[in-house]
Ligand binder design. Structure first.
Ligand code: SF4
Ligand code: SF4
Length: 377
């Protein structure tokens, strides 16, 4: 696809074209001390010049002098809150003089997501497989997903917690988005390189009168991406990991991580691919009921409760289930990893448990691991 040049003061024209096509614009904005993904109206809502610092168990924003709109790396929230909302009404049953009437909500919002990163696009593709790839298709997810417009924005900065490159999910934006933007500032020249990846995206860009980008600008874009890639410090060695995890359910590291883990569920709530859910009936005193689906977590004790007991009652079993699913059994189920290296679970884990450190330790054979530990001790 041809790359076009969009001056920074025309970004609002792109937003207006999207709004005129009946989309609800959702994008990054500073809210409650974090970068949130929320409905926005114009570029004035974007977190201009704000960067995020993320470390195990730590998150902080910093205002800089930069005029960059997308200087931050990644929000604690993921786009899954719009495609697969935390609470979702499945149906309402209302008592009336004729008995009970049922109402299923089939109206789903039509979103345009502004600022989707490479790892986040990969996460959306993973959830597509979960909700639309098998015999049982989630109608709400399908409708929201099919009518969504995805505008990717390539990363300019990385956080200490990112490791997208080693799991093959970034920093470049993979196929699947409709429009891709690269924000570039060269001295006084602030602009975007923009390309469409789908007909839906092209229809939006056709409404703008954009000039073709020159070759030098494309080279700057490639160099920017390579710089971002070189900044990624954390890594996961994926090769051979699936069998190592399956073969070592009694690795001593599981006990050690369980001593630190609070089973608080934070990691699963922020994870863009986790999809555990439960179903609840909300009854009122007039005898009406609403059946709701809401996010659950493999760290919650109720989640695995079946008649007579809980199948994973220890924190060790819960953590082992989560990590093994991400890097081993997810591959059996969906033919991909369940982790895109966004680092959210590292930042938002209260004791700062780092999934990349756990994977590295669990990749060692239990015997070698013991010897190393005892030589330290
Ligand atoms: S497991 Fe952690 S790093 Fe991987 S996708 Fe989920 S939140 Fe991101
Ligand atoms: S966020 Fe950390 S402490 Fe909480 S359940 Fe996940 S690994 Fe355990």
């Amino acid at each position: 696809m041809e790359i076009k040049h969009l001056p920074h003061d025309k970004l609002n024209d792109l937003f207006d074209a999207i709004i005129m096509s009946d989309y609800t614009l959702v994008g990054p904005k500073e809210k409650d001390g974090v970068i949130s993904y929320d409905p926005i109206e114009s570029v004035d809502d974007l977190p201009q010049g704000i960067i995020d610092h993320q470390n195990p168990g730590n998150y902080a924003l910093q205002k800089t002098e930069s005029s960059r709109f997308f200087a931050y790396t990644i929000s604690p929230f993921s786009w899954k809150k719009f495609l697969y909302p935390p609470t979702h009404s499945l149906f309402k049953a209302t008592k009336n003089e004729n008995g009970i009437s049922f109402k299923v909500n089939k109206d789903e919002p039509k979103y345009a997501f502004i600022g989707v990163r490479g790892c986040e696009m990969t996460a959306i593709a993973i959830q597509d497989k979960v909700f639309m790839g098998g015999d049982y298709i989630d109608p709400s997810y399908k409708k929201r997903r099919e009518q969504a417009l995805i505008v990717g924005v390539e990363c300019y900065n990385t956080c200490e917690t990112c490791f997208c490159d080693s799991v093959g999910s970034g920093p470049e934006i993979p196929e699947g988005s409709d429009i891709v933007l690269t924000e570039i500032i060269e001295k006084e020249n602030h602009y975007f390189l923009v390309r469409s990846e789908t007909e839906k995206g092209q229809n939006i860009l056709n409404q703008l009168n954009l000039e073709k980008a020159d070759e030098t600008q494309s080279m700057i874009k490639d160099a920017q991406l390579e710089r971002v890639r070189s900044q990624l410090k954390r890594k996961v060695k994926v090769s051979g990991l699936q069998s190592k995890l399956k073969e070592n359910p009694n690795h001593p590291r599981w006990d050690e991580v369980a001593e630190r883990c609070l089973a608080c569920t934070n990691c699963t709530m922020v994870c863009p691919t986790c999809f555990c859910m439960t179903v609840e009936d909300i009854n009122d005193l007039d005898g009406n009921t609403e059946r709701q689906r809401r996010w659950d977590s493999c760290f919650s004790s109720e989640f695995t409760y079946i008649h007579g007991g809980n199948t994973r009652s220890s924190t060790k079993a819960k953590y082992r289930q989560w990590l093994t699913h991400k890097f081993a059994t997810w591959q059996d189920q969906f033919d991909s990893l369940g982790c895109v290296g966004c680092g959210r679970c590292i930042t938002w884990c209260p004791p700062g448990i780092d999934i990349t450190e756990e994977v590295a330790a669990l990749s060692e054979s239990p015997d070698t691991y013991h010897k190393k530990e005892s030589s330290h001790g």
